[in-house]
Design a protein around this ligand. Sequence first.
Ligand code: ADP
Ligand code: GLC
Length: 485
Amino acid sequence: MKSISALSVASEIYPLVKTGGLADVAGALPGALHAEHVVLRTLCPGYRPVLAALDKAEPVEDFDDLFGGPARLLAGRAGALDLFVLDAPHLYDRDGGPYSGPDGRDFTDNAFRFAALARIGAALGQGLVAGFAPQVVHCHDWQAGLTAAYLHYSGLPRPGAVMTVHNLAFQGQFPAEIFPALGLPAQAFSIEGVEYYGGVGFLKAGLQLADRITTVSPTYAEEIQQGPSGMGLDGLLRVRDGELSGILNGIDTEVWNPETDPMIAAPFSAKKLAARADNKKALQTRLGLAHEANRLLVGVVSRLSWQKGLDLLLDCLPVLAECNAQLALLGAGDPALEAAFQDAAQNHPGRVGVHFGYEERLAHLIQAGADAILVPSRFEPCGLTQLCAMRYGAVPVVARVGGLADTIIDANEMAVLANCATGLQFSPVSADALAGALRKCNALHADKALWKKLQTNGMKTDVSWTQPARHYAHIYREIAQDARA
Ligand code: ADP
Ligand code: GLC
């Protein structure tokens, strides 16, 4: 098969910089697509940790003034990643995270920080660097959305463009006043271009102008074409229905491998499930939970935000107590939710254990040691933690939305009879329905033989990137364009 050259434009990339699943996807796609004969290089911003991780980086281009300061484009590797890094100190050399400062507030110049990324993404797509001529540019989320606009309005031959929506809640919406500084022609400020509710919409631009749109599950692809889930973009997405598809995410099955994972207490496999008990014990120790081998231990690894529905879990703490179950929660985000879970831990010593912050190692231990993993999201484009859970023999208990609905087979009677159930789904996303799911989970957990089937069915499920990579490669091949003049 003929190989394809492609460029991915992403604002986060695992393991260098990550606030959520977008980083995991951007980090895993190049390796996954390799098997499909796609050579995918990635452009990302030169945040401090990215520059620090670069090995033998070479400057390949200089810019005197890129949105207010000089910048350089570097090419280099970081581990297995083949990167272009936009080194623009006035935009990216800062304390804090990729989008906000240490005080948690968004940087006030995010429009220009990501317009710069998009602009260079488009230029790379059109032959900026000798010897690199991608036939496809793949833009991730709003931060890369303008890439499609720069390509479209360049008036030059351009590669095919894919816009992937990882989360429609983040749209990159800015006031009209920024438009002149973007360097786009005047006609771009229109409904057919970047204009969005009177301002400039970065994601809207990508959705409007890319050749193909993907999102990260088939159900989410349907949901976002309707009412509230479409968050203002449902009309546009309905118009582009023919170019929109849902491709589930995978997980990196090397990083998430219970047989070799150096971050867990004891390796295990579907055949050696008993060894999971050591991880449960280690997790209980780590979070100050009582050493109870047989109680249901429910785990959560999540951003703490409205999307993730964890306020519903707070309402269900009495149900957990009634079930004699334990809770292990790792999360970061909304200070009110953190405070509420901190209180819960204080009020239920030995039964509720919490840790706030971002901690990879504990995330792995929770997946390896918890009996069930709870994901009660109000909406979830794909979700990765339920995929990790299946791989680690933790039974996912999920809201029936988005990618959660598509990846977990609910333990209803027929699925149990057919021996294909992998978890529990509940609907609607309410405290009552969650309470019901937790009670059912506790009852299933008490049935050792049935529980083991749920675990092993999950562990047998292919959660790798193999299938998703095929779908992406197929789309790339359909839209590939040679942009060399
Ligand atoms: P989202 O991208 O909406 O946050 P996903 O489920 O797609 O949700 O991806 C979340 C990723 O971040 C997973 O890899 C998960 O393990 C990880 N994660 C989330 N919160 C934490 C945390 N507090 N510490 C460590 N890893 C976390
Ligand atoms: C977003 C979504 C999540 C998805 C991830 C990677 O952060 O919230 O559901 O799994 O992107 O696509």
